[in-house]
Ligand binder design. Structure first.
Ligand code: KG4
Ligand code: ZN
Length: 340
């Protein structure tokens, strides 16, 4: 039976709501805080939490106006409960609890990364596990084997910075502003990806793990060689982007080979990167494998992916207690804890 879920997401700097029926988005709205945090060069947690409070009701109203679904037809309220900025998570979770209580609906706390993972299900209605998922966001970088929905095996992960975090830090070094990913992608269009060889951050004893802090340091050293007014921004951006993409693609292909995966999903903010998408697509196609990406709008944080995950949990009878407490940290493999 297709379930209809109203979902909220407020784990970082986007306040988002959506109504999702099975894998179909019936309405959604997102209030981005980019303008608010831009001048600070990164997300300021206190400002983010306050802004979520201001935006949540407006975003909810806009979503419901779009979806035109009466409360009687809503089967549950899903909300990102972990991981994320605690003050920001609290806003979404409090709003979701209030709605669940008022309208007597089940509450479904969702792990943010399970949400990202489900964004690919919205993109391809026929996709079912097993698949290998490259999950690359601002806070996480991992290779997750998904034999079934709700069962996750982490086969590779970052040892230090997440891929998105590396984009944001290097963008700052290049004076490109926040958020770094889209800014680097724009600058890199005019640059030569082979201009500066950079270290790919291989870890000998763990070939499926990522490390981006050495790459970041190499970019800093490279920048120091130029006077600020002569910094070859486009070439450095292109070389950096290419190095990160190759590091992600090579490990993903290696991992897919190990687990005999023929379907690969790539999700999270960094999966919006056009260069990464085309490199992964091309190299997987050479091996006869399929790659599925969410549309760009569903790569970065949104509530539709949380609604999709919430619906799948609800279908399995997973409901959170009204005492649900948001958690700033929680491993994806521990997401069942949200339903006890
Ligand atoms: O998934 P997301 O919206 O939030 C988290 O859960 O962290 O990911 C945000 C991250 C940021 O670090 C941002 O710089 C990066 O995704 N990002 C990109 C692109 N768009 C967003 N990185 C590379 N290329 C992009 N086009
Ligand atoms: Zn995210």
């Amino acid at each position: 039976m297709a379930l209809t879920v109203l979902a909220l997401e407020s784990s970082c700097d986007e306040t988002a709501a959506a109504v999702v029926r099975d894998r179909q988005i019936l309405g959604q709205a997102i209030a981005s805080q980019i303008g608010l945090h831009g001048p600070w060069g990164g997300v300021v947690p206190e400002l983010a939490a306050r802004e979520h409070v201001t935006a949540v009701n407006r975003v909810l109203a806009e979503t419901q106006a779009q979806a035109q679904i009466p409360w009687a037809a809503i089967d549950g309220i899903a909300v990102t409960a972990a991981p994320g900025l605690i003050g920001s998570l609290l806003v979404g979770v409090s709003a979701a609890k209030t709605l669940a209580l008022m309208h007597n609906k089940p509450l479904i706390g969702v792990h943010h990364l399970e949400g990202h993972l489900c964004s690919v299900l919205l993109a391809d209605p026929d996709l079912i596990p097993p698949f290998l998922c490259l999950l690359v966001s601002g806070g996480h970088s991992s290779l997750v084997w998904v034999p079934a929905f709700g069962t996750y095996q982490i086969l590779g992960q970052t040892r230090d910075d997440a891929a998105g975090e590396a984009f944001d830090k290097v963008a700052r070094l290049l004076g490109l502003g926040y958020p770094g990913g889209p800014a680097i992608e724009r600058a890199a269009r005019e640059g030569n990806p082979k201009a500066y060889p950079l270290p790919p951050g291989r870890i000998a004893e763990a070939p499926l793990d990522f490390s981006f802090s050495g790459l970041k340091t190499a970019v800093r050293r490279l920048c120091e060689k130029f006077p600020p007014e002569a910094l070859p921004v486009a070439d450095i951006a292109a070389s950096f982007q290419h190095t990160v993409a190759e590091a992600l693609v090579q490990r993903t292909l290696r991992c897919a080979e190990q687990v005999s995966a023929t379907t690969i999903a790539a999700v999270g903010g960094v999966a919006a990167n056009t260069h990464l998408r085309s490199r992964l697509q091309a190299q997987a196609a050479d091996r006869g494998w399929r790659v599925v990406f969410p549309p760009l709008s569903l790569c970065t944080d949104n509530a539709a992916m949380i609604g999709c995950a919430g619906g799948l949990r609800l279908q399995r009878g997973h409901v959170s207690p009204l005492s649900l407490a948001p958690r700033s940290r929680l491993n994806l493999t521990e997401s069942d804890q949200l339903y006890r």
